[in-house]
Design a protein around this ligand. Structure first.
Ligand code: CU
Length: 156
């Protein structure tokens, strides 16, 4: 058991750059004819300075953008952002419904066998290369309740 823990921590050390580390990275699986996907991850800033993610590249798409979601008048929409900030000694999570690395015009649909490579470039000139990122199936967000369904949590 101890041996397994050790090799696991060595493995994660491999993902460390000096100032930024990456956790919980995955690419979203898509339907067979999908045009777009996204990569999600958590960025950890281990330094004393604020750092920003400024661009990304991937083998899955030639058009990779940094995006976030906004909620305007109750409508969720995606917008492109120039950078994603990671404050000193804190984490920024790229998660469904929030920040994400958008893969536009993907070359192939993303299925369970897809492995993604990803390069992250930061404003301190550091970059991080991640290889063989596995994919994950995301559950659809909760469907709106059908009209007239006033279901509550009351159990009778
Ligand atoms: Cu997007």
């Amino acid at each position: 058991m101890k041996k397994a823990m050790l090799s696991l921590s060595l493995l994660s050390l491999g993902l460390f750059a000096a100032d930024i580390s990456v956790e919980d990275v995955f690419v979203k699986q898509t339907p067979p004819n999908a045009k777009n996907s996204a990569i999600f991850l958590t960025l950890k800033n281990n330094s004393d300075k604020d750092i920003a993610l400024v661009s990304a590249k991937s083998n899955l798409s030639d058009k990779v953008e940094l995006h976030t979601h906004t909620n305007q008048d109750g409508k969720m929409s995606m917008i492109k952002v120039d950078k994603i900030d990671i404050k000193a000694h804190s984490n920024t999570a790229l998660r469904p419904g929030s920040y994400h690395i958008m893969l536009l015009d993907i070359k192939n649909p993303v299925d369970a066998n897809t492995r993604a490579d990803l390069t992250l470039v930061f404003d301190n000139k550091e970059s991080i290369e991640l290889k063989n990122i596995s994919s994950k199936e995301l559950k659809k967000p909760n469907h709106p309740k059908p009209k007239g369904d006033n279901t509550t949590n009351d159990k009778k």
